[in-house]
Design a protein around this ligand. Structure first.
Ligand code: C5P
Length: 221
């Protein structure tokens, strides 16, 4: 099974579909994020779905339970395989999303990988937030959680083998970090127990995205 999820972070469905087409056979999942979905809505999903791989809709929903449940009912019509919500929306919000989407893998984002220690302190996010949010999300019915490479080992130990642990902020050795703060290599994340790696810019910005995906896959074998 290919555990690489390619983030198609591009401004329009056509360029996203072009990148995705290059990656068929080299990654396992395609992720559509806010940039594409806010601008183009369900029309962004259709050309990617035609390529036949599971789709991860990364909307990071975070609102009152009623609003999230209604939004999640809209997502149910899109036929995607994964959806993200923010765990910090609370257990009732996660249960509401779960009710609306019984068939979709629901993933709860713990603490964004772009937040370093100083920013977390500034926001009043306590050091054990990732663990607390992960436990809460799984208890409320999420299929898995999203965390940084550096947190995978502790979460796998705490949550056991069943929940999906999805890891962005993954950087092959030598890749630029960009705005990500809590990063790690693909190998570190998988060895620690990650189920899926979300990789965006290291694939999107590579001269040959398929070759870049293959080299990550080779690192994982
Ligand atoms: O380009 P890069 O590899 O940093 O892309 C990571 C992708 O994962 C982006 O699409 C980003 O929105 C998403 N993501 C993240 N951190 C989270 C959840 C999702 O970076 N906690």
């Amino acid at each position: 099974m290919n555990r690489i999820c390619a983030a198609l972070d591009l401004p329009d469905p056509r360029s996203a579909a072009e990148l995705a087409a290059k990656l068929v056979g080299h990654v396992g999942v395609f992720k559509i994020g806010l940039e594409l979905f806010v601008a183009h809505g369900p029309a962004a999903v259709e050309p990617i779905r035609k390529l036949g791989l599971p789709i991860f809709l990364d909307l990071k929903l975070h609102d009152i339970p009623q609003t999230v449940e209604s939004a999640a009912r809209g997502v149910a019509k899109l036929g995607v395989q994964y959806l993200t919500v923010h765990a910090s929306g609370g257990a009732e919000m996660i249960r509401a999303a779960r009710r609306a989407l019984p068939q979709t893998r629901l993933l709860a984002v713990t603490v964004l990988t772009s937040l370093g220690e100083d920013e977390q302190r500034e926001l009043g996010i306590p050091p054990d937030a990732v663990l607390r949010l992960a436990r809460l999300a799984v208890a409320a019915g999420a299929d898995g959680i999203v965390c940084a490479p550096t947190e995978v080992a502790a979460l796998r130990a705490a949550l056991g083998p069943a929940p999906l642990i999805v890891v962005p902020g993954v950087r092959p050795a030598g890749s630029a970090k960009g705005d990500q703060r809590r990063t790690g290599t693909p190998r570190q994340a998988i060895d620690a127990g990650a189920s899926m790696l979300v990789v965006g810019r290291p694939l999107r910005d590579a001269p040959d995205p398929a070759a870049a995906a293959d080299s990550i896959a080779a690192e994982l074998r």
